[in-house]
Write a protein that binds this ligand. Structure first.
Ligand SMILES: Nc1nc2c(ncn2[C@@H]2O[C@H](COP(=O)(O)OP(=O)(O)O)[C@@H](O)[C@H]2O)c(=O)[nH]1
Ligand SMILES: [Mg+2]
Length: 455
């Protein structure tokens, strides 16, 4: 926000009905004037129909233009939005012309960053905008929208206020002769500090669920060839994505698709079947599959339940038995082999599902099981009630907890006022990192790099 005017395409690139080019900055209206061949006045928030032309007079497009004058705009600066016909040539020409007239290309999230720097929104709200744009489910959108409306900032604000009250209490209670605090104030301070710690901890508690809600959950389908992995993969997706065939070694590459369960995004991965093979490509596929399983949040280990276990599959299964997994006994329609009962997983991390990818039996309960094995039972309620803090928020909140714990420790010890007030100030400073009151420039760049260009 150094006085420059930025321009970017705000709609997805490629052919579409309409494309929106956005400019922000002190020069935005002037650039528009020159392209529209007429100077304003542009009434703020009013739509105008204009023909834009190049500097050489050549027409670009007939467009709808809206000027949103500072400070009543998304960025807090003068903003110009141009809705043009959604042709690559047209929107590229408008952007080129704006650049020619002095605008700079906007970086990822630059408009939102400007809104933040102008104080239109705080950092938690800016982050919520990125979350909202990438939301795929109602739950993800709802949590992001609440954060955008300031739910997290308000909670932080309340805690900050209580910390400031602690500071005041501390200063009031100084026994001037000893630079120490009175006993009754000690009790109040300790009680308050413990309450604040508890509140902060509750917020941190939503971190893991929040991460899963934002980043998605990886589920890898693993198991011997012809067990029906691809069939189960397709059944869970609800479409014929992977090739299913009686020929062993059909799947060789790793396939990845998204499904939604309970408002969470799952990245489902189908892999090449495990087994001895001469085929170089299949061998590669098997090793890619194993690698994928290593980093997965959950493994679906599929075997043909009607054929039962063989030594190779059992050995393979034992390798992953310590990880979070579901043993899927497929082909239930063909009956169950006795060995399945005998080798049922007894590990805590595992559970078993009997399904038939062919008839669809058990697929619905497998979906539920996947959810249960990857998010806590009350996940949806937690994020609805408490919001979902990100790892960045949680790191700052943990710093605040440490500082408040420092106050409690001091109260139990010498009770030195300077040390306690220092700790409280540190806690306030840490909370400021969440809302963005106290963050460094590099961190801001990192946060806004998550955004798409034009937002
Ligand atoms: N009867 C029966 N056959 C199945 C079932 N699931 C898969 N198959 C068949 O088993 C063979 C291998 O299936 P596929 O999904 O390609 O197995 P993958 O190699 O583990 O991916 C195919 O002929 C499927 O039609 C099932 O639930 N019941
Ligand atoms: Mg397959």
């Amino acid at each position: 926000m150094d006085g420059t005017t930025v321009v970017a395409l705000s709609t997805p690139p490629g052919e579409s009905a309409i494309a929106v080019v956005r400019m922000s900055g002190t020069g935005a209206v002037d650039i528009l004037d020159r392209m529209a061949g007429a100077s304003g006045p542009w009434e703020s928030h009013k739509v105008y129909r204009k023909i834009l032309k190049k500097a050489d007079g050549g027409p670009i497009d007939e467009v709808l233009v809206t000027v949103m004058s500072a400070p009543d705009s998304y960025t807090g600066e003068d903003v110009v939005e141009i809705s043009c016909h959604g042709s690559v040539h047209i929107y590229s020409s408008i952007i080129e012309e704006a650049l020619y007239l002095g605008a700079h290309p906007a970086g990822p999230g630059e408009f939102t960053k400007r809104a933040y720097l102008k104080g239109k929104i705080d950092l938690t709200q800016a982050e919520a905008i990125a979350d909202l744009i990438s939301a795929e489910t109602q739950l993800q959108a709802r949590v992001a929208l609440e954060q955008l409306e300031g739910s997290l900032s308000k909670k932080i604000g309340k805690i900050e206020k209580r910390l400031l009250e602690e500071l005041a209490l501390l200063e009031l209670s100084i026994d001037f002769s000893e630079e120490d605090i009175e006993l009754c104030s000690r009790d109040t301070l300790r009680k308050r500090s413990e309450e604040i710690t508890e509140e902060l901890k509750q917020m941190i508690d939503s971190e893991i669920t929040g991460k899963k809600l934002r980043n998605g959950i990886r589920v890898t389908v693993l198991g011997p060839r012809n067990a029906g992995k691809s069939s189960i993969y397709n059944a869970l997706l609800g479409e014929e994505r992977a090739i299913v065939s009686a020929v062993p070694g059909t799947t060789r590459d790793l396939l990845r698709e998204r499904i939604h369960i309970g408002g969470f995004t799952y990245y489902l991965e189908d892999t090449a079947g495990i087994g001895q093979t001469e085929c170089e490509i299949e061998t590669k596929g098997i090793s890619i599959g194993r690698k994928a399983a290593e980093g997965a949040d959950l493994i679906l280990f599929v075997i043909d339940g009607s054929a039962g276990w063989d030594d190779e599959s059992r050995k393979e299964f034992e390798k992953i038995a310590g990880k979070n997994h579901i043993l899927v006994l497929n082909k239930k329609d063909l009956g169950a082999d006795i060995s399945c009962e005998k080798y049922r997983p007894k590990t805590l991390s595992g559970s078993a599902a009997e399904v038939s990818a062919k008839t669809g039996e058990g697929i619905q309960s497998l979906r539920k099981m996947i959810y249960k094995k990857t998010v806590r039972d009350d996940a949806a309620e937690i994020v609805k009630e408490r919001g979902a803090v990100s790892s960045r928020h949680a790191a700052a909140l943990r710093e605040a907890v440490d500082a408040v714990k420092g106050v409690i420790a001091e109260l139990e010890g010498a009770g030195a006022v300077e040390i306690m007030s220092l700790e409280i100030r540190e806690a306030i400073e840490a909370l400021g990192k969440v809302t963005g009151r106290s963050v460094a420039g590099e961190l801001l760049d990192l946060i806004f790099s998550r955004f798409c260009i034009g937002k």
